[in-house]
Design a protein around this ligand. Structure first.
Ligand SMILES: [Zn+2]
Length: 167
């Protein structure tokens, strides 16, 4: 099997590993996986970036990723490293990831958001923009609670996070 093929297999496996804070949204679709290395002895090294600094699930994610990859029968070992020098931004979430968020009543962060801009959120249920911020501090540091005045549903929204340049 070629190295390329092995990386593809690992990505397939990672599609099934969810962020415990965001059930049914895979770590891959959240843009958390930055690098996958396979060495000559079939050991895997995965480099990931944490999403929101306030989300305390990194240990769980690390374990789940390791467990999932080690289930591939050709894998001899796996290590997961979180890089804190690489920065994650909400722009790294894939379209599939955004659809998954909506299905769970979480409005995905806006695309091409510029810092300082007004943050407009559409309702994930009816797509109305007639929404109001109920509580900027949602259940976790990364989410806010909003209320849709059109379909009268409360929902959560992911705050936009912009990639900062590292100096
Ligand atoms: Zn609505």
């Amino acid at each position: 099997m070629h190295k390329q093929q092995r990386v593809i297999e690992i990505k397939e496996v990672l599609k099934g590993v969810d962020d415990p804070e965001l059930p049914s949204v895979g770590v891959l679709d959240l843009g958390m996986v930055r690098d996958i290395q396979v060495d000559s002895e079939q050991r895997i090294e995965v480099t990931m970036v944490p999403t929101f600094a306030g989300c305390p699930a990194l240990d769980i994610i690390e374990n789940n990723v390791k467990k999932a990859i080690e289930e591939l029968d050709w894998v001899t070992g796996c290590s997961v490293t979180f890089s804190f020098s690489l920065k994650w931004s909400t722009d790294a979430i894939t379209q599939r990831g955004k659809e998954q968020l909506k299905k769970h009543g979480i409005s995905p962060p806006p695309e091409n958001y510029k810092p300082g801009e007004e943050w407009r959120v559409n309702c994930p249920y009816c797509n109305s923009s007639y929404t109001s911020m109920e509580n900027i501090f949602g259940p976790t540091a990364c989410r806010s609670i909003l209320y849709c005045r059109a379909c009268k549903n409360p929902f959560e929204a992911m705050k936009p996070v912009i990639e900062h340049s590292i100096t």
